[in-house]
Structures are given as C-alpha cells and as structure tokens.
Design a protein around this ligand. Structure first.
Ligand code: SAH
Length: 218
C-alpha cells in the first residue's frame, strides 16, 4: 500500500491547491498523513475523494479541502500549542501534529476518543486526546497559540478566545442566519484585541454538550 502517496499527492493538487490553499506547510502535511488509516477498512478506498466520510457514532471525518483550509487559517508554526475541539477520527490532529504543532484534542464520545488515541499513537503522532466536551469540569488549562473547533457551533464560546495567547488564532465553523455555517477566524492581537473575519461556507456535524460513552444511534 505505498500507492497511497500518489493518491495523497493528487488529492492535494486537485482538491486543495486548485481551490486556493497556498501554505506550503499545509500542502506538505496533507500529502504526508495517511488519511486512509483514519477510516474503517471498508471505507479506505474512498479516503481520497472530495467528501467527508462516516467514522461511526454518527460522526464524520471532514472533507480534505476543509481540513486544509481551516489549518491554513489557523497557521500553526512549528512548536506552537494547538487545542482542537472534536477529535473524531484524529485526522485533523494528525495534520496539525505533522506540521510540528503540540496538539491537545478534545472528544466528547469516549469510544471515538479511545480509538483516535490508539490510532495516533500507533502512527507515531504525539497528540494528547482527552475525553471532554470542553465544559469547565473537564477542559484543559491552556493558554494555546491556536484553537480549532471541528464541529459546528451555534455561537462563540467565550472560553475559546480567553484561552488564546496574545497573537493566537481561533478557527470555528459558526452557524449563520442565512442557514448553514461559515468559517470564522479570530486573531487575538498582542494588545489582546480581536480581529474577526469570515471565510468559506461549510457543513459540519453539530457541537454538542455532555460527555458520552457512545454516540446515540451510532
Ligand atoms: N476533526 C475530526 C472530525 C470532526 S467531527 C477528524 O479529523 O476526524 C466532529 C467531532 O466533534 C465528533 O467526533 C463529535 O463527537 C465531536 N464533538 C461534538 N461536540 C463536541 C464537544 N462539545 N466537545 C468535544 N467534541 C465534540
């Protein structure tokens, strides 16, 4: 299965570069992470298509382009600390880790958190996966250079901004009044002020409250 590298290269060229992602660090990381190994055996052949895919528990691994775009907006430098909310398969965390970020990732469904932790360990990615829904009782302390939320939020949670270092970035798909969601980027300046911008329209599974052993219906 060395063939995956050429499939990954093609994905980067046709789905990601072609749509305007320019960061060399992001393109390189997307070409280096074995996306197929974040999926169940039966879905591995589909790993490189231009689409989100099911990962069990009613959840999905995000579309490759969306992972790349959000990572580019987050722009983690080597050695920076990043908090991800929504581990899912662990793929986004692996991409961040491949870029040299120190990643802490939260997942509210225990079975997904366990699976992602084992998978990331097995592939040699040094990611801290925590069974957490981000609520005050089970959230990590921070601060972080970046926060990336990979589930759709109805509104901003103040904690995500507070936990950023000055100079830090927050990337989150936020629900918009016109329906659907849009990627929101917040930069915290050295003076602690916020610079907010809106980016791509998107479709993520919802950010939910409460920790669970297994996903309902999954
Ligand atoms: N980043 C993932 C895909 C995310 S799917 C990947 O690369 O595969 C969204 C994930 O967020 C799901 O696994 C869902 O269970 C989780 N989630 C939803 N609400 C959450 C919350 N409040 N805290 C932590 N995880 C949450």
């Amino acid at each position: 299965m060395t063939q995956w590298r050429s499939l990954a290269e093609r994905m980067v060229r046709e789905q990601i570069k072609a749509r305007g992602v320019r960061s060399e660090a992001v393109l390189e990381a997307m070409g280096s992470v074995p996306r197929h190994l974040f999926l169940d055996e039966a879905l591995r052949e589909s790993a490189w298509i231009d689409s989100p895919l099911p990962i069990g528990e009613d959840q999905t691994i995000s579309q490759p382009y969306m992972v790349a775009r959000m990572t580019e907006l987050l722009s983690p430098a080597r050695g920076e600390s990043v908090l991800e909310i929504g581990t899912g398969s662990g793929y986004q965390a692996a991409v961040l880790s491949a870029m040299g970020a120190k990643v802490t990732s939260l997942e509210r469904i225990a079975s997904l958190a366990d699976r992602a932790r084992k998978r990331l360990d097995g592939l040699g990615f040094d990611v801290r996966v925590i069974w957490s829904d981000g609520s005050p009782e089970n959230r990590p302390g921070g601060p972080f250079d970046g926060v990336i939320v990979t589930a759709a939020a109805p509104e901003l949670d103040e904690w995500w901004s507070e936990v950023l270092f000055p100079g830090g970035r927050l990337v989150v798909p936020l629900s918009v009044v016109s329906g659907g969601q849009r990627i929101f980027l917040r930069k915290k300046t050295a003076a602690g002020e916020y610079e907010d911008t809106w980016h791509d329209y998107c479709r993520f599974v919802p950010l939910l409250k409460g920790r669970m052993e297994k996903g309902s219906g999954g």
